[in-house]
Write a protein that binds this ligand. Structure first.
Ligand code: SAM
Length: 273
């Protein structure tokens, strides 16, 4: 509790990041990751192995970009800091503990970029233009990761378990999905599709780590509920997949555990053609 409060007080976060709930989400993620450390360890190891494999295929290692870098648990940050000239960590908010870890390890080539990568503001602007023009489509392609192209010499971009959560903070904004929120599911799908398309459009090698579905299981291992985390999104073939125990028994409910199916998709750009 005290550690959570300290994070709220000392983490440098913009008013937007605080208002849109990114800081609260980050602090909750930090707390849960500590409570579920053992249950999450195999998932973290599988994510890091996928990043290691992607690094091994690179002919050049100048700059790596991590989207949704969060607590740096999903990426082999020590290896990346030692192998790349520059590592850019992108997240809506970088907790003080993460900044301290980077500074404490002397990783002076690791940079922090705090930004909302969902593209929601651009989508809203486009909808406003469409309404004003009375047109169904005003043309052009929304490209929320265009900023990555402006970073010089990028060789690797890792989307690190952010895709399924990309609409979480926008969904808290007033009027998300229009009056009554009736189009919320469609916006969620648009934001997720924009992320995948934008990733596919990058010239660098890309690695997409994402959960795709969830299941709630009881102590008899019976699935009592399940669902899609990326409804309507078509993904290229995965190079690896595994189950992540997001919530072991007693975390969310005494007799239910939450499992997510996770995939690693190597070089999204090549697969989407
Ligand atoms: C499940 S966590 C990923 C964990 C992280 N890869 C790690 O190793 O700890 C999702 C991360 O994505 C970030 N995130 C979610 N939506 C975002 C958005 N629209 N823009 C930027 N970051 C976002 C969250 O702040 C969080 O750090």
């Amino acid at each position: 509790m005290l550690a959570d409060l300290a994070h709220y007080l000392v983490t440098p976060a913009s008013l937007e990041a605080r208002r849109h709930g990114f800081l609260g989400d980050a602090v909750r993620l930090w707390s849960r990751s500590r409570r579920c450390r053992a249950a999450w360890a195999p998932h973290h190891a599988a994510c890091r192995a996928a990043v290691d494999a992607a690094i091994d295929h690179l002919p050049r290692r100048h700059t790596a970009v991590v989207l949704g870098s969060g607590l740096l648990d999903d990426v082999p940050i020590a290896r990346m800091a030692s192998m790349f000239h520059t590592v850019v960590l992108v997240d809506a908010v970088h907790l003080a503990a993460v900044r301290l870890k980077v500074r404490g390890n002397g990783w002076t080539n690791v940079r922090f970029l705090a930004t909302d990568i969902s593209g929601y503001d651009a989508l809203l602007e486009r909808q406003r233009l469409q309404r004003r023009a009375g047109a169904a489509d005003v043309g052009g392609r929304l490209d929320p990761l265009a900023f990555v192209r402006r970073i010089p010499n990028v060789d690797l971009v890792v989307s690190a378990m952010v895709l399924s959560r990309i609409a979480k903070a926008p969904a808290r904004r007033p009027n998300y999905g229009g009056p009554g929120g009736h189009a919320a599911a469609l916006i969620n799908q648009q934001l997720q599709a924009m992320h995948v398309d934008s990733l596919a459009g990058l010239a660098a090698r890309t690695l997409l780590l994402t959960d795709t579905s969830y299941a709630l299981v009881d102590r008899a291992d019976t699935i009592v509920d399940e669902g899609d985390l990326l409804p309507g999104i078509r993904l290229p073939a995965e190079s690896d997949s595994w189950s992540w125990t997001v919530a072991p028994f007693c975390e969310e409910a005494r007799d239910l555990a939450r499992l997510h199916h996770v995939v690693a998709i190597d070089d999204v750009a090549l697969d989407l053609g």
